[in-house]
Write a protein that binds this ligand. Structure first.
Ligand SMILES: Cc1cc2nc3c(=O)[nH]c(=O)nc-3n(C[C@H](O)[C@H](O)[C@H](O)COP(=O)(O)OP(=O)(O)OC[C@H]3O[C@@H](n4cnc5c(N)ncnc54)[C@H](O)[C@@H]3O)c2cc1C
Ligand code: SF4
Ligand code: SF4
Length: 426
């Protein structure tokens, strides 16, 4: 008793776990993926400082792994919860990893010999991984996972593994945890750009999403940090970003602003322009929202670098034998422009995690019409759900950037800690 369960180990959940454990309260951190870190681990740099995302995140991931009061459960999801504030019983299901976690050293010898290559979810679709793999080189825990859906049982990894850690068979395990309180930090999913077929994602090779661009721009990503046209493999001479794809879109049922897309487009435009000064970079937008500390200055820096901001949204993207064609009305001048960019980046919006509706039902908590978690008050209490003892942090509440996700993780941690502390001192 007196433990806290944190569900979802992105930056918000990691921050909550560290803050709670810093007060001597044991934390169980539940993560569905084989590594903790969430979306922040996929990013290259972070605005407005252009700090390397993993340079900030990785030390926190390591702190979590080393903390004596934090137990990480990867490949795990919540099956059901019973009880109430002060005496929850949380049943978790751990999916098989096909690896002996206690002996795998993470050396990666098995990855080298595996002959199977498949689409890598972590590289947002533009990179590949093996059938036995680590999601990325700084994964925590630093061990591999075998994917039974793609393994062809060639046997090479069993032979090469020194400690004999690769398992032919493995099974699901169930674990029941006691918790005084729970923090839900399941984050977001990016908008599926195929729901806007007029923009040609996956049918036109030179149309990518902002998350795919993040992986492309990342030196440790699948292109080694090089911006590439998917059609030719060459560096594009011109790029157009299209904002608000899957945000501020009433017919799609996504009326809200996703908060980070303007800033992340400005960030990537700056990074590209700084490396390739001759490249023609345009951002097509409805409004630029640069609301945070240092954000407006960052926007001005982009303009000074020669990045063009065009107020107007193309209705579709067409292609002919010469490449992509976009028609845009500049809403400031009413001029109609025809553009022929070599690469288009769709700034996809944020929605709730795909697992959230099911999880909310199991947790007995309410969701908003948008699918994000309903909290006690939209201004005064954005971390308490309507069910006592269950708190919510980060982008599970609404779209947020990293600084706001961290602040929200800290706030949820304080409330969850209070419940656990009361129980301990009772
Ligand atoms: C293209 C792009 C670029 C961005 N660039 C920046 C930037 O430069 N600066 C900035 O401040 N912000 C940026 N952001 C926003 C940033 O990614 C988020 O603010 C931050 O990652 C949110 O963290 P989180 O912990 O709330 O969610 P997530 O990172 O989504 O973490 C949620 C975690 O919960 C896990 N999970 C989900 N469901 C379950 C379940 N049922 N059970 C167990 N675990 C579960 C997930 O696997 C994940 O690990 C960017 C966003 C995008 C899309
Ligand atoms: S399974 Fe074996 S070979 Fe593969 S990383 Fe772990 S210890 Fe190394
Ligand atoms: S047994 Fe499966 S995971 Fe191991 S090397 Fe062969 S294909 Fe890859």
């Amino acid at each position: 008793m007196g433990n806290v369960v944190v569900v979802g180990a992105g930056i918000a959940g990691i921050q909550a776990a560290l803050d709670i454990a810093a007060h001597g309260i044991p934390v169980h951190l539940i993560e569905r993926e084989p590594t903790i870190g969430g979306h922040m681990a996929m990013l290259d740099k972070t605005f407005p400082t252009n700090d390397c995302s993993m340079c900030i995140l990785s030390p926190k991931m390591v702190d979590v792994a080393r903390h004596p009061d934090i137990t990480i459960h990867t490949c795990s999801e919540v099956e059901k919860i019973a009880g109430g504030i002060g005496h929850f019983r949380v049943t978790i299901k751990k999916h098989p990893r096909y690896i002996d976690e206690s002996t795998c050293t993470g050396c990666g010898d098995c990855i080298l010999v595996c002959p199977v290559e498949v689409y890598n979810h972590f590289d947002a679709g533009i990179g590949v991984r093996k059938a036995i793999y680590k999601p990325h080189s700084q994964a925590v825990p630093d061990i591999v996972i075998k994917d039974p859906d793609h393994c062809i049982e060639c046997g090479l990894c069993y032979d090469v593994c020194g400690p004999g850690s690769v398992k032919r068979e493995d099974s699901e395990q169930e674990l029941v945890l006691d918790a005084a309180s729970i923090v839900l930090s399941t984050g977001y999913s990016v908008f599926d750009a195929q729901k806007k077929p007029q923009f040609g994602h996956l049918s036109l090779p030179d149309v990518v999403t902002s998350l795919e661009l993040e992986r492309m721009i990342n030196a440790s990503g699948p292109t080694g940090g090089k911006i590439r046209r998917m059609s030719t493999g060459k560096t594009p001479e011109s790029i157009v970003f299209i904002q608000c794809v899957g945000s501020r879109d009433m017919p799609l049922g996504r009326p809200y602003c996703s908060c980070v897309c303007c800033m992340q487009a400005i960030k990537n435009a700056i990074l590209i322009k700084e490396k390739n000064p001759a490249m023609d970079v345009t951002i097509c937008y409805m409004d630029i929202r640069s609301y945070g500390k240092g954000y407006e200055e960052y926007y001005e820096r982009a303009k000074a670098l020669g990045i063009r901001f065009l107020r107007g949204m193309p209705s579709d993207i067409l292609a002919d034998k010469n490449g992509l064609i976009l028609q845009v009305e500049n809403s400031e001048t009413s001029e109609i422009l025809m553009m022929h960019p070599e690469l288009v980046v769709l700034s996809v919006g944020m929605g709730p995690a795909e697992s959230l509706p099911d999880l909310a039902r199991r947790f007995g908590i309410a969701l908003e019409e948008t699918g994000f978690v309903r909290t006690m008050h939209d201004a005064l209490d954005t971390t308490s759900t309507l069910r006592p003892g269950i708190y919510v942090a980060g982008t599970a509440v609404a779209p947020k950037d990293i600084p706001d996700s961290v602040a929200s993780g800290e706030s949820a941690a304080m409330r969850a800690f209070r419940d656990a502390f009361r129980l301990r001192s009772a």
